[in-house]
Ligand binder design. Structure first.
Ligand SMILES: Cc1cc2nc3c(=O)[nH]c(=O)nc-3n(C[C@H](O)[C@H](O)[C@H](O)COP(=O)(O)OP(=O)(O)OC[C@H]3O[C@@H](n4cnc5c(N)ncnc54)[C@H](O)[C@@H]3O)c2cc1C
Length: 496
């Protein structure tokens, strides 16, 4: 008799695991059943902002593989609109509610993949059920928001609550649909995935496309009129709203796991080993936004909910379930996004992460351009590097700029993954031609700058005096003879 694999969660992690397991084991050997509470499988949540904004015209373009494809081509029994409500490890079965037909289904398993993603953070005011308030966690959420935006009376004023990358992308999407958009963020800057000095640039670009940004403001409630949201109430007054989009961050979705006794780590995610086996629970695997993973730079367990990890982790779980061998080696937190034309990339640790992990470090910020200065379309690019002191090992990098900025972070991610120092990086053989970069690529200028003894410390969290005390060979106070961009950074550093 065939073994049975049950997958809970039919998106990136769950269906990657299911497909990989199927590739290695035929249906006579392994029966695969996937429970998904929504209407879709293998969809791109990452694409929701671009569908809402109108850049991607059709919802189904976001669906990589439909349930029928899994059924017909992969022999995977996909059960949509089935919400798993319990996992019984003793009886080795799951209990699911049939959301469409009603009733309850019990299904036994030999192997289980827990891939239920993340749960949006919702303060009490967001749970009040006021019509016109939306999260964008799943494609069903996105579809509900789109329906609201297209129904009469057409919303004109939108408030986005939360300035993480999803809030920023949604603010852009709503502006592109022609709405008046206000983004409310309780921190000092939106785009908290980068340090504040870089986030300022993002905020400026958002204002440039007409998004009103209210920072240092806490939402306390909502008001409604005629059964629809009419305003967002904050500790700094009321903001009229016909639609409210929530981007308050997520936490691992572990309710079922916790109830079943699966181990949770310090970050709140399910604990797994490198092969994505749940620690100490034979036959149970977990992957995606519901698990915690190792940060390869800080060495700490972290929850980094990104599609790039969910797909890889699901694949690793599926290969192992299929009888192969694969491991997930951890993350370094590389991510990219954009606000209209402004691109943002980050990898590794921000300053606050480096502090929290206990590193001594230096940081530099340089200004350059995406192309040779004389080449048409050359636009500013700002690169920030954070390097361990005194080793010079790269700990983190952030880039904000116009075209060709975001994906430059990949070169830095590879350097960081491989433990390179900023000195090693100055000699990197990166491509150059005027349409793509200045002769010194911004990445190289940043590495070179971070490698200048004295400069790095002066721009970092300690003073030139501390630098001397730490035995620096050179503390720069005369900028004569330095290239202009470098001298600017030095001047700024010395002023600080
Ligand atoms: C708007 C948005 C933009 C994003 N942009 C990016 C990006 O640009 N780059 C990037 O790397 N990542 C991005 N992400 C993150 C990325 O989408 C997620 O990391 C990825 O989808 C996680 O995959 P997952 O399979 O772990 O979880 P999910 O995609 O959340 O899938 C989990 C599935 O489990 C189902 N489920 C939950 N509970 C149950 C239950 N009890 N029973 C049955 N089914 C259940 C859910 O309905 C869901 O379909 C974005 C996310 C959002 C929301």
């Amino acid at each position: 008799m065939a073994e049975r694999l049950i997958v809970i969660g039919g998106d990136a992690a769950g269906m990657s695991a299911a497909s990989q397991a199927r590739r290695r084991r035929g249906r006579d050997d392994l029966e695969i059943v996937a429970f998904e509470r929504g209407h879709f499988t293998s969809y791109s949540a990452c694409g929701i902002p671009y569908w809402i904004g109108g850049l991607v015209p059709e919802r189904d373009q976001l669906v990589a593989r439909a349930p029928e494809t899994f059924r017909d081509e992969y022999d995977i029994d996909v059960r949509l609109q089935h919400e798993v409500t319990a996992i019984d490890l003793d009886r080795r079965e799951v209990v699911a509610r049939d959301l469409a037909g009603g009733g309850e289904v019990r299904a036994g398993f030999d192997t289980l993949v827990y891939a239920v993603g993340a749960t949006p953070r919702l303060p009490d005011w967001a749970r009040s059920g006021v019509a016109g308030v939306f999260g964008v966690q799943t494609l069903d959420d996105g579809a509900a928001l789109r329906d609201w935006l297209e129904a009469e009376p057409r919303p004109r004023r939108a408030v986005v609550v939360g300035g993480g990358y999803i809030g920023v992308e949604m603010a852009e999407a709503l502006v592109q649909r022609g709405l008046d958009v206000t983004l409310v963020e309780r921190g000092e800057q939106p785009m908290s995935t980068v340090d504040d000095d870089m986030a300022v640039l993002v905020a400026a670009a958002m204002r440039g496309v007409g998004i009103e940004i209210r920072t240092g403001v806490e939402v306390t409630g909502l008001t409604e009129q005629d059964g629809r949201v009419s305003a967002v109430v904050t500790d700094d007054g009321s903001l009229p709203a016909d639609v409210v989009v929530l981007g308050l961050g997520v936490r691992p979705n572990t309710a079922l796991a916790e109830a079943a006794g699966l181990p949770l780590g310090p970050s709140g995610g399910v604990q797994v080993d490198r092969r994505m086996r749940v620690l100490g629970v034979p036959g149970v695997w977990a992957a995606g936004d519901c698990v915690e993973t190792l940060h390869r730079v800080s060495g700490l367990p972290v929850h980094v909910p990104l599609g790039t990890h969910a797909n890889k982790q699901g694949r690793v779980a599926g290969i192992n379930i299929g009888g192969g061998y694969a491991t997930f080696p951890g993350v370094i937190g590389t991510a990219v996004t954009k606000v209209c034309e402004l691109e943002v990339g980050r990898t590794g640790l921000r300053e606050r992460d480096a502090h929290a992990a206990g590193f001594e470090f230096v940081s530099v910020v340089i200004e350059s351009t995406n192309r040779a200065g004389y080449y048409p379309g050359a636009r500013p690019m700002t690169v920030k590097l954070i390097a361990e002191r005194p080793s010079g090992r790269l700990l983190g990098a952030q880039i904000v700029g116009w075209s060709e900025a975001a994906k430059r972070i990949d070169a830095l991610a590879v350097a960081l993954w491989n433990g390179m120092t900023v000195d090693d990086m100055t000699a990197l053989d990166l491509g150059y031609a005027p349409p793509y970069a200045p002769v010194w690529d911004p990445v190289l200028v940043a590495a070179r700058t971070a490698g200048v003894p004295g400069l790095a410390v002066a721009t970092g969290p300690c003073s030139a005096e501390e630098l001397r005390a730490a035995g620096a060979e050179l503390v720069l106070d005369d900028l004569t003879g330095f290239p202009a961009a470098l001298a600017d950074v030095l001047r700024l550093a010395l002023q600080e």
